[in-house]
Every structure is written in C-alpha cells, then in structure tokens.
Design a protein around this ligand. Structure first.
Ligand code: MRU
Length: 366
C-alpha cells in the first residue's frame, strides 16, 4: 500500500497527472491545497515553501520528475530545473536523480522499447518507493533517538521537522513524538523560527494535533531558557550534512548548538542517511540559500522595518560537527560525529538493516 502523506498527494488521470500540496505557507490559519499540474508550478511551490523540509523536498522532487514524464515533457530538462529550485537541502537533488535514473533505466535493455507511459510509470514507482523508504527511515530514527531521551525530558527544537516534511512522522519530531508516546516528554519548547515562523506556525500545529504539551518561544528567549536549566535536550533536523559532519539546518540552529554546549546540554541532530552528502567536503562548501529581504522586513503582511531597509536573510546556517553531541539516522547513532564515523553509513537511502547504535560511545553529556 502506498504511503499516505500529509504534505503531498499524487493524482492519477483523469483528475491528474498532478501533485497536490498542502499549502504550508497558509498554516495554521488555513488548510488549503495547491494542485500542480506542471513542473513550473511545482518549482514555484518549492521556492515559496508551499512544500518544504529536506526529506519532503526529496519526495517532491521525485514526484516532479514523475509529473514531467507523465506529461511527456522534456524530462531531463525538468529534472535539472526541479533540482535547482532550492540549493541547500541535498535531498531535493537526490530524489530527482533517483526518479530520473528509474525513468532512464526503463528504456534501457528493453525490446520493444517501452512507451513514454511505461517510463513514466517507472519514475512514479520510484517516487513512491522514496516515500515508503522515508516513512521507514522516520520510524527507525524515532526508535534510535528515543534511547537518548531521559524520563521527564524537556526538549527544545527549532524549525519544523514532523509529518509536514516527511512521509512518516519526520526527523527530530519523530523522536519527540515517540518520547511523548512513551510518557517521557514533559514539555516541548518550540523556537518560533523567524523569519518564516516554521516553529510557531507548523511545529506548534503538529504538536497540537499530536497532543504534545508545548510552548512557543521567541528565538531570542532560548538562551535564558537554557540558562534557567529548563532544557534537557536540543533536537533539530538537517538539510545537508557535509562529509566532515558539519550540519546545515534552519538559520538559528548554530546559535542553539553554541548555547547547548555552553550549558552542557546535549545537542542532537536527527536526519536520514539521504541528508548526508559525501560530495560536500565541509561546512564551508555548503551552499546556503539567501532569501528575499522582505521575509525579514515584513511580518504577517505588515512591514516591521522602515521601507527600503536592507536585510541579511540566510535561510540556513552551518553547525560544526564538534558542537553536535550525536547524529541519529535510520541506521543508528553516530557519536562522535566525525567523517570516519559517517563513512560507516550506507549510501544515501541506506536501509535499516545495519547494527544499531554502532557508533555510540561515551555519555550524552559529553
Ligand atoms: O526552509 P525550510 O522550511 O525548508 O527549512 C527546513 C529545515 O531547516 C528543517 O529543519 C530541515 O529540513 C530538517 S528536517 C526536515
């Protein structure tokens, strides 16, 4: 059975081919859906963060290739354009490449040569396989991460990492949900995550739906919350993990990691193996997306700075590996986060068949 997703749904003919997206820009005020019937619409939706978050960008990218193939568009050109829609999350290009490879492979070695429809079905099957794999990875990350959550935990998180960004329960949020279901979570602290408020708008929406006790805080309040001893664990996701273990994630993550180290609180990143990019050697080599100034200078449709004010608006920042206590993947825990330990992981999209917690050493207070 195909994985059911909150964020994205595929429509077959006669209503499709199309990709239906839950419009995350309008949450929590409205639950509305955007139907993309062609690739330019999908690219626009990715750019505007209608669909977002690293694992879901991989899924969306693959379905985008399937859409181009189903329409009998120029699939190679469409794949290149989709992969370029946002630069930081490695999963986007990864999902695109996988669906494209399936589409290309369907034509090879077959006699008679398959129809455009057969090739489109091959791309669609691959997109569905990516979604299934992401759901399985999410469940495995929840299992592995749960062991790091002490009873009565107060967890601080940043941005949005739940079912809106995944075919399953998400990345960091999957661990949070598992901790809640195991009765171990006292409170979830949710950074509002300016400028686009993914924490306040989306994580609080997901936490409410899951019945998780939570409070939203201004990003600048995290320091005093940690200083007051109100946080036992910081959990975030990742958009790209370089070979040296540097983690690109939503802007503000690096500051949290510095704070967590200062206050001796574990800082743990939760991400599928598909987010690890051995092609990017280090943090400095990660392309950080810079977004329009209006996202900072405006809030909820109102200007919050004088007209014409310039803004610095990187969507992500990079946390060096030595600030990360552990990385939770579907294959187990990586601790410490070093290139050597990362190399033990399977290729992106590795399955949950490896030995569990293979790299876990020392205590999480390190
Ligand atoms: O700009 P966004 O909303 O796509 O950024 C998303 C994040 O930074 C998430 O924390 C990240 O993708 C990791 S978990 C899905």
């Amino acid at each position: 059975m195909a994985t059911e997703m909150i964020a994205l749904r595929w429509l077959d003919p006669p209503d499709g081919p199309a990709i239906v997206l839950l419009d995350q820009t309008r949450l929590p005020a409205a639950e509305t859906y955007l139907t993309c019937t062609d690739v330019p619409q999908l690219i626009d939706a990715i750019g505007r963060l209608v669909v977002r978050g690293a694992p879901m960008l991989g899924v969306a990218g693959a379905f985008g290739v399937a859409l181009a193939a189903a329409r009998d568009d120029d699939v190679e050109a469409a794949a290149t354009a989709i992969a370029a829609a946002r630069p930081t999350a490695v999963n986007l290009g990864w999902g695109v490449r996988r669906a494209l490879a399936a589409w290309r492979a369907a034509a090879m070695g077959n006699d008679p040569v398959p129809s455009a429809q057969d090739r489109a079905l091959a791309a669609l099957a691959e997109a569905r396989a990516i979604a299934d794999q992401d759901a399985a990875a999410s469940a495995a990350m929840a299992r592995h991460g749960l062991g790091l959550v002490p009873p009565g935990a107060r967890i601080l998180t940043h941005c949005n990492t739940g079912g809106l960004v995944s075919a399953g329960a998400g990345t960091a949020f999957a661990v949070i949900l598992a901790a809640h279901q195991a009765g171990r979570l006292e409170r979830l602290w949710v950074d509002e995550t300016r400028p686009l408020l993914q924490g306040a708008r989306l994580t609080a929406w997901e936490a409410r739906r899951a019945g998780i006790p939570h409070s939203v805080l201004a990003d600048g309040a995290a320091a005093s919350l940690l200083a007051a001893g109100q946080v036992d664990l910081v959990l975030t996701g990742a958009d790209r993990i370089a070979a040296d273990g540097s983690v690109a994630n939503k802007v503000g993550t690096y500051g949290l990691a510095v704070l967590a180290r200062h206050h001796n609180v574990p800082f743990v990143v939760v991400a599928p193996v598909s987010t690890v990019d051995f092609g990017t050697p280090d943090g400095a080599s990660i392309t950080v997306e810079h977004r329009p100034a209006a996202e900072v200078a405006w809030l909820a449709g109102q200007p919050v700075a004088p007209a014409g004010t310039e803004a610095y608006n990187p969507a992500f920042d990079v946390t060096p590996a030595d600030l990360i206590t552990a990385l939770v993947t579907e294959e187990g825990l990586i601790h410490p986060v070093t290139e050597g330990n990362l190399r033990i992981l399977g290729t992106p999209g590795g399955s949950d068949t490896g030995p569990q917690n293979r790299c876990l050493r020392g205590t999480m207070r390190s």
